[in-house]
Design a protein around this ligand. Structure first.
Ligand code: SF4
Ligand code: SF4
Length: 390
């Protein structure tokens, strides 16, 4: 990365008071509430505004329930492993009583090297902003060591962000089981490496905790942006120079002294201002085609999580059309690497690149899953009724 694009602080603009987020308010956490239980009653007493919408989503087929019977276990088998890796006694644990002394530079080199060796495509180190730590547990994954509404504190100052790239041919299959099977593969890999890395750091004598898909205590996207992994896109996800937004994240928070990577400016905001392909392609109309707004104290594009989650529960997958349709997520050919280089350097490249993308690639068209998936996945049929523009 050339020096002129390294920043002393992240590019996003904090223009109001930032508050910590309660994981219970997350639309996926709300989706786990069972009508008639004390947690359900207590939650909707505090949030009656969400009850009708959430109950309507609960009546849909649900995540992991739409798809061919011979393919759904591709997801279920990985889901079970993720649940196991997310247990409290796996993501965290006892710290070795003696601290091994090491310079922050050497510790960073070791942590980065080990994470890459374990399979991380991108590794960045940055601060853990306490504002990005959830206030309360929203998803327990049936782990008896966690309870809905349990208060959260993460007393660590540093965060190691890990990213693994999503296979583009699988991502482009659209909201079908093949897509979600690939996403689960990426989450399992991230979970394995984050849990292992946290265990390594605790063995050196420093507290460390893995934050993985089945047990987050912090918001991975802003933490990874603060560590210089990329910038926030219109679709509400991180866009990196190396992998676009076709990636998933995990973090390891720790007290091990480390050297931070600087945030970076790769021109995502300017690109997204001129491009709204993700918003035009979204089957649920969940993404904004307009200007940025102030959301929880930060200027960003609005995302309607309820509309998105309805598509997930109709198709039984996590959809991914916004990511699959994004011009940053192209095969890493020499031509596309050149385009990324131009996009990161030329501030107005987004205008003509997004138009060129529409001319050459047209609107998002799903590709066929590999032959080891069943033909005519019913999940895709379900999403048709949401489709406005595909
Ligand atoms: S995952 Fe699908 S429904 Fe959700 S925002 Fe992206 S395109 Fe829209
Ligand atoms: S599709 Fe376009 S607007 Fe959406 S995140 Fe990608 S570059 Fe930004």
């Amino acid at each position: 990365l050339s020096k002129d694009r390294l920043l002393s602080r992240p590019r996003y603009r904090v223009v109001g008071e930032q508050e910590r987020f309660d994981e219970r308010d997350n639309v996926q956490s709300r989706g786990t509430l069972v009508p008639g239980t004390p947690d359900y009653e207590e939650f909707y007493r505090r949030h009656p505004e969400w009850k009708a919408k959430d109950d309507a989503v609960r009546a849909l087929p649900g995540m992991g329930r739409a798809g061919a019977a011979a393919d759904l276990p591709f997801v279920g088998a990985q889901h079970g492993l993720l649940a196991d890796l997310g247990r409290e006694d796996r993501v965290d644990g006892p710290v070795a009583p003696t601290r091994l002394q090491m310079s922050p530079e050497r510790a960073t080199e070791k942590v980065r090297g080990f994470a890459k060796h374990l399979g991380a495509d991108l590794v960045r180190v940055g601060p853990l902003n306490p504002l990005y730590v959830y206030t309360h547990v929203g998803k327990t994954w049936h782990d008896p060591a966690r309870s809905f509404g349990q208060a959260i504190e993460v007393p660590h100052g540093n965060a190691i962000s890990l990213a693994v790239g999503i296979s583009l041919p699988m991502l482009r299959t659209g909201p079908v089981v093949a897509e979600v099977a690939e996403i689960m593969r990426v989450y399992v890999r991230l979970a394995t490496m984050a849990v292992t890395l946290a265990g390594y750091i605790r063995a050196l004598g420093y507290p460390a905790r893995a934050h993985i898909m089945s047990n987050y205590r912090a918001l991975c996207v802003p933490v990874a942006i603060d560590a210089g992994m990329g910038e926030l896109g219109r679709h509400g996800l991180l866009i990196s120079k190396e992998l676009g937004s076709a990636l998933k994240l995990a973090i390891v928070t720790t007290e091990l002294p480390l050297v931070y990577d600087p945030p970076q400016d790769i021109g995502v905001e300017e690109f997204c201002e001129d491009c709204s392909i993700c918003a035009e392609s979204c089957p649920g109309g969940a993404l904004s085609q307009g200007e940025q707004k102030v959301i929880r104290g930060v200027e960003r594009w609005a995302v309607n999580p309820e509309a998105c989650f309805a598509v997930w529960n109709e198709t039984g997958t996590d959809c991914g059309v916004c990511v699959a349709s994004c011009p940053w997520n192209k095969p890493r050919s020499r031509f596309h690497r050149l385009m990324v280089e131009i996009a990161t350097r030329k501030r107005k490249a987004g205008w003509w690149m997004s138009r060129a993308h529409k001319v050459f690639y047209g609107r998002f068209k799903p590709v066929s899953p590999p032959r080891w998936f069943e033909d005519g996945d019913p999940a895709w049929k379900n999403v048709k009724k949401y489709q406005r523009l595909l």
